[in-house]
Design a protein around this ligand. Structure first.
Ligand SMILES: [Zn+2]
Length: 229
């Protein structure tokens, strides 16, 4: 997703889709993690560390720009977005992220891993805070009640335990799928009852385009340069 080819392949899939599309994204978020917040003070005078952080931010900006192109194509076909990052990651406050949330009018919902079966290898709950920015009301409703009830101790989240929290719990994945399914079912009935009406504002996209159309001039203009290596 940092290359023109990668975005083109994804756009082609979106254009060819005939059913409801949900674009679920979690871009690399190391730059803004709470651990990096601690490290950045120690690494302030380390050029190698500073260079790595600058590279991470550049990569994130390229990914976000391409994500927005793809998300726009999905939204033009009346699809949906679920965008996930840890709740307190600094990337939520970056201008690109805030602009994306505004552009697609996404709602935010915070959730805790321990309320979704996330534990360490000993079975001790982990209170990992996540946040979804989404266009799916079912996701907001389902996850807004998935917060820690304070009835248990939490595992200390460092080292391998912290690394393991990059993965979603089975329960979290199940709830997300249930929400997407509900949304897609509602979408099907809506389209069948309103056939003949066109899609999004300013769009002439009244059906799937089964072609190999490369990104439009506007899309190409937005595509950032490819990441080397
Ligand atoms: Zn808890």
């Amino acid at each position: 997703m940092t290359s023109v080819e990668g975005v083109s392949i994804a756009l082609k899939e979106v254009r060819a889709a005939t059913g409801h599309i949900t674009l679920f994204a979690s871009l690399p978020c190391t730059w803004g993690s709470t651990m990096q917040n601690l490290w950045k003070h120690r690494g302030r005078s380390n050029p190698k560390y500073q260079r790595r952080m600058a590279d991470l931010l550049l990569q994130l900006r390229q990914l976000m720009a391409n994500f927005v192109i793809l998300a726009k194509a999905v939204m033009d076909k009346r699809g949906d977005i679920v965008f996930e990052w840890p709740a307190y990651n600094r990337l939520w406050k970056q201008p690109e992220t805030m602009a994306m949330v505004r552009e697609f009018k996404l709602d935010m919902v915070k959730l805790h891993g321990c309320a979704l079966g996330l534990t360490d290898t000993q079975g001790v709950p982990i209170k990992k805070p996540w946040c979804f920015a989404t266009s799916i009301p079912e996701v907001v409703k389902a996850f807004s009640v998935r917060l820690c009830d304070g009835s248990h101790e939490h595992a200390v989240c460092t080292g391998p335990v912290l690394k393991n929290t990059e993965n979603y719990s089975d329960e979290m994945a199940r709830v997300v799928h249930k929400c997407i399914h509900a949304r897609a079912c509602g979408w099907s009935s809506t389209t069948s009852s309103s056939s003949g009406t066109s899609g999004g504002a300013g769009s002439s996209d009244s059906g799937a385009r089964h072609d190999d159309t490369p990104p439009s001039p506007r899309e190409r203009r937005l595509l950032p340069r490819e990441v080397g290596g």
